[in-house]
Design a protein around this ligand. Structure first.
Ligand code: ZN
Ligand code: FE
Length: 243
């Protein structure tokens, strides 16, 4: 991605953590390490040392690996609004702050909803969005702390990013999300085609992530909701969905 190397690291049962490496500076960043060992191993295998950790939100499946990575000297950044729940933070960030990896700048975008302090990281030049549990492939995060209005605003904000922006989300939920999306929009040809690909990938136990903003605009029922009420209805439908 425009000078950045991004490695998907599967952790726990269905989480994705991300290693981002800047070859120019030699710096390496771990995002949402739900476990330490797979991240440290993936970095070591490439001769990289993790110098930073960024966290999108406080849930354990995104931060449990931080202490062991921090023990190796990494500086830890996460949402100011969740500092009390992420005791390992060295630096807190809020809306429109800029975080850097070598010479690469990422904007912090606050996306309350799944948790109230949730943030996502957008490398505009690299065309890369690390979306945590806010935006998934064909899905959005469960509303544990926030409101449908907040999540609707998040979807509008993220849909506004360039279509080619890569979406690096926090879980492999794509197949279940897509099955639900098909109940909402059974005649969406783009969605039907995408699910054919997703089913083939999952049959081979292959990842379906990253996605792109363009693909989400075309197939994601939450990004495609026309109002907060419609998003609320769809989110409640997904919470009940077993498929
Ligand atoms: Zn979460
Ligand atoms: Fe999660």
């Amino acid at each position: 991605m425009a000078g950045l190397e991004v490695i998907r690291v599967p952790v726990l049962s269905d989480n994705y953590a991300w290693l981002v490496h800047d070859p120019a500076s030699g710096e390496t960043l771990a995002i949402d390490p739900g476990e330490a060992a797979p991240m440290l191993d993936a970095a070591a295998a490439r001769g990289w040392r993790i110098g930073q950790v960024w966290a999108t939100h406080w849930h354990t499946d995104h931060i449990a690996g931080i202490p062991d990575i921090k023990a190796g000297g990494a500086v830890v950044t996460g949402p100011a609004a969740e500092a009390a729940r992420i005791p390992t933070l060295d630096r807190t960030v809020a809306q429109s702050d800029v975080v850097t990896l070598g010479g690469h700048r990422a904007a912090v975008i606050e996306t309350p909803g799944h948790t109230l302090g949730h943030v996502v990281f957008h490398f505009a030049k690299g065309g890369l969005l690390v979306s945590g549990d806010t935006l998934f492939a064909m899905g959005c995060g469960r509303l544990f702390e926030g409101t449908p209005e907040q999540m609707f605003a998040n979807m509008l904000r993220l849909a506004d990013l360039p279509g080619e922006t890569g979406v690096y989300c926090g879980h492999e939920y794509t197949q279940s999300n897509g099955r639900y999306a098909l109940t909402v929009e059974p005649d969406n040809a783009g969605l039907v085609a995408r699910m054919t690909e997703v089913d083939a990938l999952r049959a081979g136990n292959e990842p379906t992530v990253p996605s792109t903003i363009a693909l989400e605009r075309a197939t994601n029922p939450f990004m495609r909701a026309s109002s907060a009420d419609e998003l609320a209805e769809r989110r409640a439908g997904k919470d009940r969905f077993r498929g």
